[in-house]
Design a protein around this ligand. Structure first.
Ligand code: FES
Length: 312
């Protein structure tokens, strides 16, 4: 399927930092359907490719809805969507994919942390439509930071438990009661790393496959204090400058160098590249310690100092 051209037809502020975008196709086309947990990859106005979970019902969609948090240190995709994608903006959108599918189960526990609520909200709406038993635990800092809170309370009633920790790890929700006894239930969890680590810790004794994660992490790979550096490609002898606001992968793409990538957020492993020399700043979630010396994930990692030489 070719990429879609979609227009931002409306924006809704959900919290101070989270905005919902509704996208409709520019041309008269039937949008690809999708299942809960699916995401689209969007070319943001900055040129960065970013993945966002779809919130609406994907059975016969006429639009795609996503919610984007402006990451505090962002200079990349999320800032670009917040600042440079007003109503009317046309964006290139890749067809939906799903790496976090809902499987058949007797009952479900859905766990969301922060902006990780997007696929969880889509799943909960789907399970409600299907009249399946489910509960949602949704953890955020404060009520004001909680996207979709009114909609979710109205839709899910006492199936929804919202917990605020005020940013204090000591006040984090205690999940043990949900996990003490392994049950014939599927768990889906999307949120920041500490939440995922916590759920992995409390569910270690559960059978394989019952507890599923979408590793949400801020996908803004470029940070406020990043600087430009040079990357030399050993096989061609080409040198490409990576600007302070682009990833290596984006800079190579801009220079017409073909590379393979998928998540572009340091989690899937697709863009693993051999590092010949240089001082890398590893920012991925994939490389083992023993691989870090001579490999780099070019979608997120950078150079600490000086340039890098890659086996490309
Ligand atoms: S593209 Fe997935 S880790 Fe780089």
């Amino acid at each position: 399927m070719d990429d879609l051209k979609m227009r931002v037809v409306s924006r809704r502020a959900l919290t101070e930092h989270i905005c919902e975008f509704t996208l409709r196709p520019v041309e008269d086309v039937t949008l690809p359907t999708f299942e809960p947990g699916a995401h689209v990859t969007i070319e943001t106005p900055s040129g960065a490719m970013r993945r966002y979970s779809l919130i609406n019902d994907g059975a016969a969609p006429t639009e795609y809805r996503i919610a984007i948090k402006r990451e505090a240190e962002s200079r990349g995709g999320s800032a670009s969507m917040h600042d440079d994608a007003p109503d009317g903006t046309v964006l290139r959108v890749e067809a939906p994919e799903n790496s976090f599918p809902l499987e058949e189960a007797k009952e479900y526990l859905l766990i969301a942390g922060g902006i990780g609520v997007t696929p969880i909200y889509a799943m909960a709406q789907h399970l409600k439509r299907e009249d399946k038993p489910f509960n949602v635990v949704y953890c955020t800092r404060t009520r004001a930071d909680t996207a979709f809170i009114d909609d979710m309370e109205a839709a899910f009633g006492d199936k929804l438990l919202v917990h605020h920790d005020d940013g204090d790890p000591d006040q984090a929700y205690d999940f043990w009661d949900h996990f003490e006894e392994p049950r014939d239930m599927r768990v889906y969890c999307c949120g920041p790393q500490p939440l995922i680590d916590e759920i992995k810790a409390v569910s270690g004794h559960w059978p394989e496959g019952r507890v599923n994660f979408e590793d949400f992490k801020p996908v803004d790979v470029v940070r406020e204090d990043d600087t430009a550096f040079e990357v030399t490609l050993k096989k061609t002898g080409t040198t490409v400058t990576v600007p302070e606001d682009r990833s290596i992968l984006e800079a190579l793409r801009d220079a017409g160098v073909t590379t393979t990538s998928s998540c572009e957020s340091g989690t899937c492993g697709t863009c693993k590249t051999r590092l010949i020399s240089g001082d890398p700043d590893h920012r991925d979630m994939v490389l083992r310690d023993d691989e870090q010396e001579d490999h780099i994930m070019i979608c997120v990692s950078r150079a600490k100092e000086g340039g890098l030489v890659l086996d490309l």
